[in-house]
Design a protein around this ligand. Structure first.
Ligand SMILES: [Ca+2]
Ligand SMILES: [Ca+2]
Ligand SMILES: [Ca+2]
Ligand SMILES: [Ca+2]
Length: 272
């Protein structure tokens, strides 16, 4: 701002932008006309508050606007909130969201004031005949502010991608298995193959097998990927005549989903 020295009129000197600085506090000093040593003065504070004008068009914070939606997002839950910004104040910055077009319509409802996509249909990949992992939902969205005299608006593409989640634990076809092995069984012999299935599709349905306990002297091994239990050490009825192997089937990157089963192995005596 500038001030006219003689009549005190404050004028603008440069452009104003309420979105950068909205309030100015000026201290104005008025002097009388006496010589410098004798002159007297007084101060006044002038506060200038800028009124908003609708000079900003809404914009996407990130574009393309792409959001990840886990398949276990429930009906009625928020799947994503479109991040559109408008720095203007009040109605000039308040937004209205409209869906102009959609593919696979009906899975989400767009809240017109918050820009939230609300899940409207189950996204469960295991139970769906239409949805595949990483299915993209593409929407054409119109966002307008409520500014006066003229609203400002933008249109853009919003993509929601449904990603698989690990909801199910593996399930063994049998939780208990008993079998006998002759003491002279050869090392390398396939003892048994255990099986667990997992309802999840995608990588969350891939099962890894481990022997959790009971594997005295590492007598047995299990193939991590297919559950084949192999004899690794010669058996000896006299030192160890039965084994209780606890087998774990698990999956998920962090192995959050796991199930156990037990394999009882009885060694039968062959006279040495
Ligand atoms: Ca605006
Ligand atoms: Ca403004
Ligand atoms: Ca699983
Ligand atoms: Ca799943």
């Amino acid at each position: 701002f500038d001030i006219d020295k003689t009549n005190g009129r404050i004028v603008t000197n440069g452009s104003l932008d309420r979105e950068k600085v909205s309030v100015f506090t000026l201290t104005i000093t008025a002097y009388d006309g006496a010589v410098i040593e004798k002159r007297r003065s007084t101060n006044a504070t002038v506060i200038i508050t800028l009124l908003d004008v609708n000079d900003n068009t809404p914009y996407f914070a990130e574009y393309p606007a792409h959001y990840i939606v886990p398949e276990n997002t429930r009906i009625g839950e928020t799947a994503a909130i479109i991040d559109v910004r408008d720095p203007d104040a009040g109605e000039n910055g308040a937004l209205n969201f409209t869906m102009l077009s959609c593919d696979l319509c009906g899975y989400f409802i767009l809240n017109s004031t918050t820009g939230a996509f609300i899940t409207n249909k189950s996204l469960e990949l295991e139970n769906s005949t239409t949805l595949l992992p990483y299915t993209n939902f593409t929407f054409n969205i119109h966002v307008a502010d409520r500014g006066t005299p003229q609203p400002r608006a933008i249109t853009g593409i919003v993509i929601l991608t449904v990603i698989p989640t690990n909801e199910y634990a593996p399930v063994f076809t049998r939780t208990n298995l008993s079998l006998t092995l002759a003491e002279n069984t050869k090392v390398g012999h396939l003892v048994v193959k255990v099986l667990a299935t997992d309802r999840d599709i995608d990588r969350h349905g891939i099962v890894d097998y481990y022997i959790e306990s009971g594997n005295f002297r590492k007598t047995f091994s299990i193939a991590k990927t297919n559950g084949e239990i192999i004899l690794m050490q010669p058996l000896d009825y006299e030192t160890y005549s039965s084994y209780k192997l606890v087998i774990t089937a698990q999956n998920g990157q962090d192995y959050k989903k796991a199930t156990k089963m037990t394999v009882h192995i009885t060694v039968t005596d062959i006279p040495d």
